[in-house]
Ligand binder design. Structure first.
Ligand code: 5GP
Length: 191
């Protein structure tokens, strides 16, 4: 008998444009896989009313974020729509070593940095059924003003252009179907 993990640890990046449903897919995967874990990102963005510091994000000021970059504490980081976002390195390393699936909900530039540092990571790119549907979902969410939505839609077009750099592209047309497809990809990557 060993005390080691029963299955291989894996970093799974679920990227895709803002509004595509990454958060829901992320939650679906975590609910379906008992040995999966959350990576809590650091950001300079202000919390939304429902968000909790240390759960949804660690909310920090720019100076704190820049100090984390300088100390090499981030596995990846990127500027998105005027704010900084990054993944703390140590928690990811510890969870993967313990055999967990660590799911990162991050944007494209960060996803590509993860692949450079961790070539075994599984990179999933989520796309909406159409661009119109993406705009509809972003507006329906009601968390951003018109200018922020316009910025996110511009970023989305640039992100969608980079989908070829991912291991697999999954259409989020139906949440349950999409989660099932991602779980099958994870199981395949771990076996
Ligand atoms: P939001 O402001 O809507 O929470 O996130 C904006 C974008 O930043 C989303 O595409 C989200 O996936 C991405 N994001 C969140 N955390 C990170 C992170 O740690 N690193 C990177 N590169 N992107 C992140």
């Amino acid at each position: 008998m060993t005390d080691g993990p029963s299955q291989r640890g894996l970093v799974v990046v679920i990227a895709g444009p803002s509004g595509v449903g990454k958060g829901s897919v992320h939650r679906g995967v975590r609910d379906a896989l008992p040995d999966s874990a959350l990576s809590v990102s650091v950001t300079t963005r202000a919390p939304r009313p429902s968000e909790v510091d240390g759960v949804d994000y660690r909310f920090v000021d720019r100076a704190t974020f820049e100090a984390m970059i300088d100390r090499g504490e981030l596995l990846e980081w990127a500027e998105y729509a005027g704010q900084l976002y990054g993944t703390p390195r140590d928690p990811v390393r510890e969870l993967v070593t313990a055999g967990q699936v660590v799911v990162l909900d991050i944007e494209v530039q960060g996803a590509l940095q993860v692949k450079r540092h961790l070539p075994d990571a599984l990179l999933v790119f989520l796309v909406p059924p159409s661009f119109e549907e993406l705009e509809h979902r972003l507006r329906g969410r009601g968390t951003e003003d018109d200018e922020a939505i316009a910025r996110r839609l511009r970023a989305a077009r640039q992100e969608i252009d980079q989908q070829d750099a991912f291991d697999v592209v999954v259409v989020n047309d139906d949440l349950d179907r999409c989660v099932d497809e991602v779980i099958a990809l994870i199981e395949d990557a771990r076996s």
